[in-house]
Design a protein around this ligand. Structure first.
Ligand code: AMP
Ligand code: TRP
Length: 327
């Protein structure tokens, strides 16, 4: 069976972009792949974090992922820092990664612009730690949003380089990117992707937003000129809302266009808001119930780490022998 690996940072509450670009795929792939999913707390430390907030976020994100359908009976779910091999492999891969390659990474460029006061080594090395995450588990497929594609390409390059130098060691992973939903845009600016780090919370729908907030955010979402409901590059804001509607309702774009022919943005938006509310409310109920049992969540994560560790340790045995360290 082919192996899937993916991960997300425990930073705040995931939004609809995270769900549609990553989580939805992650849940679906569980049915036919051997899946491993990680909550990458070491990556989250690349921007300053309050320890208590981070601790809370790790558990919160775990609960939310389970509420969205990740199932520890089908997949391994674990916290990155519980498996020390990630940091060790990152160091070894660093020795084969060029500074010039890391300087090209879009995310590094964007984040260093956002946080000019804290451009730390961790931020620069972020893609190499991500490569270590992926390569430790002989990963075939990596479900991700569009923004992470460049990092997976770098991972392939590092793996190829290692294999050339030391012999076949790592599987070359492929990015798995959804046709629609890989880049959900901000509700306030269709030229920017939906992001937790956005200055206004109005620009994204968090998976934990209550019904009132969802309705209000969608109502205030920007639209394009003209009143026709059609999918078109000339209507980027509306096309983004249509994509969300399509992905959450399973109605095709053609069906949606037909349904809203001759009807205005107002009606479309208020229906969309109800689709989003109906989608989120059972997730939120499950999430609240799961968070009431933190001990169970901790046990699930520590069981996940134990299962992940077995694979990671075995990869590291090979890797260490490759380069001539360890006995
Ligand atoms: P993050 O929370 O930044 O660690 O991202 C977790 C996953 O969500 C990654 O696979 C991202 O590529 C994906 N993602 C983040 N923002 C978006 C977005 N606006 N649209 C689609 N996917 C996204
Ligand atoms: N860099 C990813 C993001 O910002 C998170 C991530 C870390 C990841 N390691 C990974 C994603 C390994 C896929 C595979 O969203």
């Amino acid at each position: 069976m082919q192996r899937v690996f993916s991960a997300a940072q425990p930073t705040g509450t995931p939004h609809l972009g995270n769900y549609l670009g990553f989580l939805k795929q992650a849940v679906e792939l569980q049915e036919s792949y051997d899946c491993i999913y990680s909550i990458v707390d070491l990556h989250a430390l690349t921007v300053p974090r309050d320890p208590d907030v981070l601790r809370n976020d790790i558990l919160g994100v775990a609960a939310l992922y389970l509420a969205c359908g990740l199932d520890p009976k089908k997949s391994i779910l674990f916290v990155q820092s519980d498996v020390k091999e990630h940091a060790e492999l990152c160091w070894l891969l660093n020795t084969l990664t060029k500074i010039s390659e890391l300087k090209l990474m879009h995310q590094f460029k964007e984040k260093s612009k956002e946080h000019p006061e804290s451009i730390n080594m961790g931020l620069f090395d972020y893609p190499v730690l991500m490569a270590a995450d992926i390569l430790l588990y002989n990963t075939d497929l990596v479900p991700i949003g569009e923004d992470q594609k460049q990092h997976v390409e770098l991972t392939r390059e590092i793996a190829r380089r290692w294999n050339m130098r030391f012999g076949q060691t790592f599987t070359l992973p492929k990015a798995h990117i959804a046709k629609t939903g890989a880049r959900i845009m901000s509700l306030l600016d269709p030229a920017k992707k939906m992001a937790k780090s956005a200055s206004s919370a109005q620009s994204y729908v968090s998976l934990l937003d209550d019904a009132h907030t969802v309705r209000q955010k969608i109502k205030r979402a920007v639209t394009d000129s003209g009143s026709e409901i059609t999918l078109s590059p000339a209507k980027p804001a509306l096309s983004n809302l249509l994509a969300i509607y399509h992905l959450l309702s399973n109605k095709t774009f053609v069906e949606l266009e037909a349904r809203y022919k001759g009807r205005g943005y107002g009606e479309f938006k208020s229906d969309l808001a109800e689709v989003v509310v109906a989608f989120l409310s059972p997730i939120q109920e499950r999430y609240t119930a799961l968070l009431k049992k933190p001990k169970k969540l901790h046990e699930m994560l520590s069981d996940g780490a134990a299962r992940a560790r077995i694979i990671a340790v075995s990869t590291m045995k090979k890797v260490r022998a490759n380069i001539g360290i360890g006995i």
